[in-house]
Write a protein that binds this ligand. Structure first.
Ligand SMILES: Nc1ncnc2c1ncn2[C@@H]1O[C@H](COP(=O)(O)OP(=O)(O)OP(=O)(O)O)[C@@H](O)[C@H]1O
Ligand SMILES: [Mg+2]
Length: 266
């Protein structure tokens, strides 16, 4: 997609802070002073120690939570509630167990006013994209983890959201399946050119998928550093330049992970 170099970023995060229970003595400062631009069509990875507010930042973008201070703009408009312009993929898939693969994908479309015929046709298009043809009538409990996550990805993409928000989507998969899903996601995104914000703990996964990696500090999460990944796609895990970037991310991250372990008294 052609982009105007001077156009404002699709997502603009300004002086964003999130505190849970701010009035109580148990207040938790999750995020502090986050300033970040997320460009259309780019794959942004958020990485940082456990508890640094990665999921919180995605929930704020999704409109599940509200900021304590600062602002979050999507296409120039404040994010106030969830909407079909943002698709969400959770680590635990969050499929409806009583609906088939097709039913899981059509459900949201039908709730948004699509006719049955249109919703079915759209769902089948995305089932084909995630290579689940033949499983349209299967129920989630009969699918492997990787297959369930494909359904969740198809469901999120079927709305054609502006932004796909993914919270450790491959965190529950075994390492072989995880690698395969990373490659599949890369393939799908090369087709759809989606804007993605993706949370992971894995530096390998981050460098494989990202255009930009945002490293967050230990809680309260602040932006520690941003690393652009300008490697050609499809990527290989073993290129020299890949390994150099991995080192750079690791060195930023390891300082923060150590701080987090100290906070936990470990
Ligand atoms: N609804 C909530 N109420 C109170 N505290 C919360 C709530 N949600 C998150 N927190 C706290 O905010 C902090 C950030 O949590 P968050 O889940 O965003 O971290 P994370 O970076 O996603 O961690 P992980 O890598 O373990 O998934 C944590 O200290 C957490 O306990
Ligand atoms: Mg999380």
């Amino acid at each position: 997609m052609l982009q105007n170099e001077n156009a404002p970023a699709l997502i603009q995060i300004r002086d964003l802070a999130k505190e849970f229970d701010p009035q109580s003595k148990n207040t938790v400062e999750a995020l502090r002073d986050i300033n970040l631009d997320i460009e259309e069509g780019k794959f942004t990875v958020l990485i940082g120690p456990s508890g640094c507010g990665k999921s919180t930042l995605l929930y704020l973008l999704a409109g599940f939570e509200k900021p304590t201070r600062g602002s979050l703009l999507l296409d120039g408009k404040p994010v106030e509630k969830p909407g079909p312009d943002r698709g969400f993929v959770f680590q635990d898939y969050a499929l409806f167990p009583w609906r088939t693969v097709l039913g899981n994908i059509t459900f949201g479309l039908r709730s948004n006013g699509w006719s049955k015929a249109d919703a079915d046709a759209k769902a089948r298009e995305y089932i084909a994209m995630v290579k689940l043809n033949g499983f349209e009538n299967a129920f989630p409990h009969t699918l492997s983890g990787g297959m369930k996550q494909r359904v969740a990805i198809a469901r999120a993409l079927a709305y054609n959201p502006r932004v796909l928000l993914m919270d450790e989507p491959f965190g529950a998969l075994d390492s072989q399946t995880r690698k395969h899903m990373q490659q599949e996601l890369q393939r799908i995104l090369m087709q759809t050119n989606k804007t993605v914000v993706f949370v992971t703990h894995s530096v390998i996964e981050a460098v494989f998928l990202a255009d930009r990696i945002v490293v967050l500090t230990a809680r309260p999460g602040m932006v520690k550093g941003i690393i652009d990944v300008n490697l050609p796609r499809p990527r290989e895990y073993t290129d020299d330049s890949y390994l150099d970037i991995r080192e750079a991310v690791l060195s930023l991250l390891s300082e923060e992970v150590e701080k987090e372990l100290e906070m936990d008294g470990m």
